[in-house]
Design a protein around this ligand. Structure first.
Ligand code: ADQ
Length: 478
């Protein structure tokens, strides 16, 4: 049995530990490294007349298969429908969506093209695992092409209630396309419940006695599989990090000041501006902390061509400039803002030095930074995690200081509480958090998902509507 993983982007196999920032890439590389298989998707590159046959690079146990897209495909499928409709809607931000029928037609067209490219090379015993919101209709095209293999989908970001999801003009068609999967995995029970209710209310799906959905003559299981990290890796990286030049430099520049750290891709869902402003509130409310603590915010650029992201970059620059101008002195800059990616060993070393990990997204599927921060702490003298209740991780990490990121004063108070927490309490909280991370690490995540997918029984003779083609035609014609 071969594992075939499909995700929007397939990273370069040679990227190693410096792989582009992004939780999905990191988790999938870890999962595939353990069992080997094929990883198929977009190269990230654009060409005028892309080859339909993918370029294959074999590295260790993994065959990486990449195809290019045309510029218009990239615009409509990736920048348009995926990142200006699905991403904001799934993060409960309907006000930021920009729907266009051309973009949706492009989204379906690219899903069809990718599925056709993969289908030719599938073996009958392959187990197929599709990832994330770029590829929701992928299995419906494979089924139409006659693929009978087990096909699973994992959704890395939140799934909102149908009252929100239903506002997406193409929402019903996407829900119908979910019926082509054998197993749909989500990060939390809330996300799974939201999807199930959406399917029942919109597509006529019905729950059977074993808690599985009957949809268009098929059985679909929907369940929560919270993603984890490689805990040992992060601990090991952090233990060795004092040997790394960048980490030593940072520690020297810090002196005896306390470090508060934030690490996120540039994204409005991560609450970066709100966090920086909460840190300012903390300084104002606790004048004794002035000159004694620093917020280090590490945020590599992402999706720079989507206007909302460029605008967010400017808002962060302004907030940092304003706060440093208002509160900084000759020997102290309250907020350090770094716009680059670091290797995992360097990140682990920076986490280790931070007395507080500030993870305050406005909405997040899981949030791996919260888990990485905890794994990288010294158990004898651990830092404290301040975590948004709107991150999926909050369900599994009740020993963090849980905050509502919409209330900046609450976040400011939590920073002060975290800095003052007695050693004994820090150790106890940290030990419980680490035990939870170890019980559900990235191997558990991939293993339990794939075991459930192997068990999922398909009913033969799928009577699925061919969602992708009919909708593509309708929208292209409109
Ligand atoms: P992301 O939105 O990318 O992932 P997250 O889970 O925090 O969010 O993962 C980010 C990853 O990128 C982490 O592994 C982090 O170490 C890395 N990273 C961030 N900044 C970095 C930097 N400056 N340098 C190097 N690496 C950096 C999506 C969902 C999440 C979900 C994951 C996994 O939005 O909710 O947790 O997928 O399912």
């Amino acid at each position: 049995m071969r594992l075939v993983v499909v995700s929007n982007r397939v990273p370069s196999p040679r990227a190693g530990e410096k792989a582009a920032a992004g939780g999905l890439a990191v988790a999938l590389r870890d999962a595939l490294r353990e069992r080997g298989g094929l990883w198929f998707g977009w190269s990230g590159g654009v060409s005028e007349t892309p080859e339909r046959t993918p370029r294959t690079i074999v590295h260790g146990q993994i065959a990486y298969e990449q195809v290019d897209l045309t510029a218009i495909d990239r615009q409509e499928y990736y920048l348009g429908f995926a990142n200006r409709v699905l991403w904001p809607s799934m993060h409960y931000r309907l006000g930021l969506t920009e729907f266009s029928r051309d973009d949706f037609a492009g989204y379906l067209r690219v899903n069809r093209m990718l599925a056709e490219s993969l289908a030719q090379r599938l073996r009958s015993d392959d187990i197929i695992w599709i990832h994330d919101y770029h590829l929701l209709p992928f299995a419906s095209v494979l089924r139409e092409l006659g693929v009978k293999n087990r096909i699973g989908y994992f959704h890395h970001i939140p799934w909102p209630p149908i009252e929100v999801f239903g506002a997406i003009p193409a929402g019903r068609h996407l829900l119908e396309a979910m019926g082509a999967y054998d197993l749909v995995g989500l990060q939390t029970a809330t996300d799974a419940g939201n999807l199930v209710r959406g399917l029942i209310e919109t597509t006529g799906a019905a729950m059977d006695r074993r808690g599985r959905l009957r949809m268009a003559g098929r059985t679909v299981r929907v369940d929560a599989f919270p993603i984890g990290i490689d805990v040992d890796d992060f601990r090991r990286f952090a233990d060795r990090a004092s040997g790394l030049r960048l980490v030593r430099q940072m520690a020297q520049s810090l002196g005896d000041r306390r470090l508060v750290i934030g690490v996120d891709r540039l994204d409005y869902s991560k609450g970066i501006v709100e966090r920086i402003e909460a840190f300012e509130r903390f300084l104002v409310a606790n004048p004794q902390q002035r000159g004694r603590s620093i917020l280090l915010q590490i945020t590599p650029e992402s999706r720079a061509e989507v206007p909302e992201y460029a605008e967010l970059g400017q808002r962060i620059d302004q907030a940092v400039g304003r706060i440093n101008g208002a509160h900084g002195g000759l020997d102290w800059t309250p907020v350090r803002f770094v716009k680059r990616a670091f290797s995992r060993p360097v990140l682990a070393g920076l986490y280790r030095h931070a007395a507080v990990g500030l993870v305050t997204p406005m909405r997040d599927g899981m949030n791996l930074v919260a888990k990485e921060y905890v794994a990288a702490q010294d158990p004898a003298d651990p830092g404290v995690l301040v975590l948004s209740r709107f991150a999926g991780a909050a369900r599994q990490m009740p020993d963090a200081l849980i905050v509502n990121p919409f209330d900046k004063s609450e976040v400011a108070e939590a920073i002060q509480t975290a800095l003052c927490l007695p050693l004994e309490e820090r150790r106890e909280r940290h030990a419980r958090l680490v035990a939870g991370l170890e019980a559900r690490d990235v191997s558990w995540w991939a293993g339990s998902y794939l075991a459930a997918l192997s068990r999922a029984r398909r009913r033969a003779k799928p009577k699925l509507r061919t969602v992708a083609r009919s909708e593509a035609d309708r929208f292209a014609a409109a």
